[in-house]
Design a protein around this ligand. Sequence first.
Ligand code: COA
Length: 245
Amino acid sequence: MPLAPPNPEDVHVWQVSLDVEDDELRALTSVLSADERERTSRFVRPRDASRSAAAHGHLRQLLGHYLDRPAAEVALGVGPHGKPFVSATGAGWLRFNMSHSGDRGLIAIANGREVGVDVEQFQPELPDPELGKLFAPAEQRALSALTAGDYIDQYFTLWTRKEAVVKGLGVGLLVPLDGVDVLNDRVRLTADLARNLPPVSTSTWNVRSLRQGENYFAAVAVQAPAAATSRQAYSHFPHRSERTR
Ligand SMILES: CC(C)(COP(=O)(O)OP(=O)(O)OC[C@H]1O[C@@H](n2cnc3c(N)ncnc32)[C@H](O)[C@@H]1OP(=O)(O)O)[C@@H](O)C(=O)NCCC(=O)NCCS
């Protein structure tokens, strides 16, 4: 059964497990392109290689469900800064982004709007204070008002939101991240930064944190439709699904 595209105002966010049994790993690896196999073989640690293969295999399977074609035949391209996209004919509506950390992968699917997603495994150590410079002035003020325990949670919250936005824009972490303010769900980009970004940055962007239990933080960012808020349908692929709002 093919999966229906999200409504244009929705984003589907799928959670996948990257630590899979050998049989499943073989099945997931079998759908990878030669290029993807070569990239997974570059990992030194076997666990990193198998997690990468699982992430890309799940991604292909999921895209195949939406496009109603075999996973191995989903044609993918990459943008100028490395953001992957579906290049198959008839798939013009489908925008996606993937993130993985530890044994968890998230894949966000949107209809006609750019989307970015980030998941990070929680690390209990306080981050290097120098990294505070990656936050916008309003974000830094919010962080500095917090106690150590709250600081680290908020740090991961803001970081995943920020990374989801720059992945949505397709530029990744190459841009000055203190120009991206994700304190509120409506993203604010400084004028200086926006001047140097691709045209998609002139849209309004919305970002939302996703519940991920204690060990992971995650967020999804999506190019907004005119004057509407976005919703996420949040599902575990291929097992179960729930709707957050
Ligand atoms: C893209 C980037 C944000 C990924 O950060 P990360 O925390 O290591 O990884 P995540 O798990 O969140 O995301 C990785 C996935 O994002 C996607 N991705 C890669 N480049 C991307 C980009 N520019 N924009 C959006 N998504 C991107 C891929 O699916 C990638 O999966 P893969 O590494 O298994 O192929 C980071 O590597 C970055 O900023 N790179 C800068 C861009 C760059 O150096 N490009 C070089 C090629 S021109």
